[in-house]
Design a protein around this ligand. Structure first.
Ligand code: ADP
Ligand code: MG
Length: 678
């Protein structure tokens, strides 16, 4: 029996049971084996009967005098007496009539269960029992608790996994021997067995360490191999021109923050090398990434290279084009910029293509889709990717084929991935963090609100609108849904524009609108022809309307932590006080997440907390990832991450070839296409 055989190969697994197992994503024996417990209950302490006290207990005893009866309709009770040298204790099972005839005389059993007072008598209730002579899976040990589903409880799953122990013991090692021995890791087979049936608490810790290590090691190795390959590539170097940098800065209406300056410096150094830059700039919303990216672009343009800036949406591409143009014009470079988005007329597009081809245009701002079509670049030097998680090895190689060389790549993101994590997940990227906001910014005031305080809230808000500020209202749905009990943008738009804000100019923006209409509405809001913009999360990333100071999020409980934090970043972008109101749905209670957002404005702290709350595997802002499914490693375990990354580095430095480790090679190869901000 092989591990990747269907689960129905196990004894007792028929169509019925296998359907239930599919609910838990268990289709093969391997899935079952790798379905690690969610938690454990410690029944490992075996005590003499006269020493047990109320709570979870385990005894080792013989069982006598069992009898079963119905005490009322639907309630069956089985009673028995368990005895050891020190004394006797009553056992009771409810609605398990098969129990009464199941004990073998004189056989010694482990009995684990809850020792409790019931009708003034102490008894062990619903205990699990197993012969001492067997390999116990439900008693006398640390008992695994699995994710359960209807009709499939942990003890069923334990029984199935119990069957696979011979297979688990034959599991092949995947890590190099030198690594296992130098780090004193458990062997793979041993670790997997100890995850399910730990012989003691310390072995469980060791098992988690080993398996968590392996997960991070594989990720780190994939990332380092990608990086190694990248360093072997040739790029056109873009020399650092100090005078130009100074000139650019001298025209800015503000002073760069230290974090911005440091980041720009790192980028300049990267671009001056003759292998491609692959840098991630992480900076909370409003931390000023655009100016940093533009400074990189200017250096390239001035040396006759072309630069592409890709945004995830047309809306953002347009905004970027505007802000970049403003930054370029003092240097007389505004004419070298073009916008390239789907809604341009074909005449406009053709002109753009022509000017890109003949090199008149040096800076192309657009969306990825458009860019991939028929753009024929003369001398692509730098690509800047804003908020896009889908730009990895594949995309880069495609560009390389097109341009004939590998361009420098700069990624910008407002998803504050903790540094340790970023380095592991995206180890082939160099990471710059802009962790300070421009001076003078006020902390946004965030408040959780309940629906019955709406009227009062609207009055408070109206005072702000009266002062000439604007408000975003974000809803989880476009239109009302029968399935979800949540406020839709259409409904709220209707309500606000005919009710409390009928004297204000209210607009509606959502993802199903035509591109052209979206632009129109957004432009009206930017130009302050609207006071209130009711929208879905299309406004999520990057939109810059400095005059908007209020963000009202409807059904806040329906949004993720990262999402709310991003939305909140839409307001408080100048030195005026910003407000974020988290309106809860009718019967919703604020979760720990929502409370954390109310308390903290720091994206990095929130990201850490999100990891804590979501447990192993959950990667902030990358929930669609799927492939990065960490089962054991905790991403907050810096020590583990550091040691796994070091090991990966040593592996590569000492020239160990992956090819000799078949399984490791298979996994790392698969991860290599995933770890690249895909
Ligand atoms: P994000 O990092 O979210 O992309 P932006 O680049 O859009 O942020 O910058 C947000 C706003 O802050 C812009 O209006 C920009 O002009 C302004 N800004 C950027 N850097 C500074 C700075 N050092 N001091 C003051 N304002 C700045
Ligand atoms: Mg931005």
């Amino acid at each position: 029996m092989e591990n990747n055989y269907p689960i129905t190969d196990l004894k007792g697994v028929g169509a019925e049971l296998s359907k239930k197992l599919v609910f838990l994503n268990i289709r093969t024996i391997s899935d079952l084996i790798l379905n690690y417990p969610k938690r454990y209950e410690d029944y490992s302490f075996v005590q003499p009967i006269n020493k047990i006290s109320p709570g979870l207990v385990t005894i080792k005893a013989v069982i006598k005098q069992s009898s079963g009866r119905y005490v009322s309709r639907g309630l069956h009770i089985t009673e028995a007496v368990a005895s050891d040298d020190s004394g006797s204790v009553r056992l009771i099972w409810f609605n398990q009539p098969y129990r009464s005839n199941s004990f073998i005389n004189q056989e010694e059993y482990y009995i684990s269960g809850d020792f409790q007072l019931r009708r003034q008598r102490l008894s062990i209730q619903n205990p699990s029992i197993e012969p001492v002579s067997s390999f116990p899976i439900n008693t006398a040990r640390i008992i695994p608790k699995y994710k359960e589903t209807k009709g499939l409880r942990s003890h069923h799953i334990r029984k199935l996994i119990g069957q696979t122990i011979p297979l688990i013991r034959k599991t092949q090692e995947t890590l190099p021997d030198w690594l296992v021995s130098s780090l004193k890791l458990l062997d793979r087979n041993r670790a997997i067995e100890m995850m399910h049936f730990p012989s003691d608490a310390s072995k469980l810790i060791e098992a988690k360490r080993r398996l968590g290590f392996e997960e991070i090691f594989e990720l780190a190795l994939a990332a380092l191999l990608n990086k190694k390959e990248l360093i072997g590539e040739h790029a056109l170097n873009i020399a650092f021109d100090e005078k130009l940098a100074k000139q650019f800065v001298s025209h800015l209406p503000f002073k760069l923050t230290d974090a911005q300056r440091k980041t720009v410096w790192q980028i300049y150094m990267d671009m001056a090398k003759d292998y491609p830059m692959n840098r991630l700039v992480e900076g909370d919303v409003g931390s000023g990434k655009t100016v940093v990216a533009t400074m990189a672009a200017v250096m390239a343009i001035k040396q006759d290279f072309q630069v592409v800036l890709m945004a995830p949406t047309e809306l953002l591409a347009r905004q970027h084009a505007q802000s970049v143009e403003k930054l370029l014009s003092p240097l007389g470079l505004a004419g070298s910029l073009t916008l390239l988005v789907g809604s341009l007329t074909s005449k406009q597009k053709d002109l753009a293509y022509k000017n890109i081809k003949n090199g008149k245009v040096k800076f192309i701002v657009g969306t990825q889709a458009v860019f991939q079509e028929k753009v024929d670049m003369k001398n692509l030097g730098l690509i800047i990717i804003d908020e896009q998680h889908r730009f990895g090895v594949e995309q880069r190689k495609r560009l390389q084929a097109k341009a004939g060389h590998m361009p420098h790549v700069l990624h910008l993101t407002a998803t504050p991935i903790p540094r340790s994590l970023a380095l592991t997940l995206y180890g082939e990227l160099d990471v710059s963090i802009i962790d300070t906001k421009p001076a003078g910014r006020k902390e946004i005031i965030t408040k959780i609100c309940s629906p019955n305080s709406k009227k009062q809230l609207y009055q408070t808000i109206d005072k702000q609108l009266e002062l000439g500020y604007q408000m975003f209202v974000v809803c989880p749905l476009i239109s009302d849904s029968d399935l979800l009990n949540a406020n839709s943008a259409e409904k709220i738009f209707e309500e606000l524009s005919t009710g409390p804000f009928k004297h204000r100019r209210v607009g509606l923006l959502h993802g199903k609108m035509k591109s052209y209409d979206k632009e129109k509405i957004m432009k009206q809001f930017v130009d302050h022809k609207l006071d209130i913009l009711v929208a879905t999360t299309v406004v999520e990333v990057g939109v810059d309307v400095p005059n908007a100071t209020i963000m009202l999020i409807e059904n806040a409980e329906r949004f993720g932590l990262a999402q709310i934090h991003q939305l909140r970043g839409r307001v408080g972008r100048n030195d005026v006080q910003g407000y974020c109101y988290l309106m809860m749905g009718d019967s919703a209670q604020p979760s720990r997440r929502i409370r954390a957002i109310e308390r903290s404005n720091n994206g990095f702290d929130l990201a850490e907390l999100d990891l804590e709350i979501r447990g192993p595997g959950a990667i902030y802002g990358t929930t669609q990832h799927g492939q990065l499914d960490l089962r054991v490693a905790r991403l907050t375990d810096i020590k583990l991450i550091t040691s796994a990354r070091n090991a990966a580095r040593i592996f590569i430095e000492q020239g160990d070839s992956l090819l000799q480790y078949k399984e490791l090679n298979r996994r790392v190869t698969a991860l290599r296409s995933v770890t690249n901000l895909n």
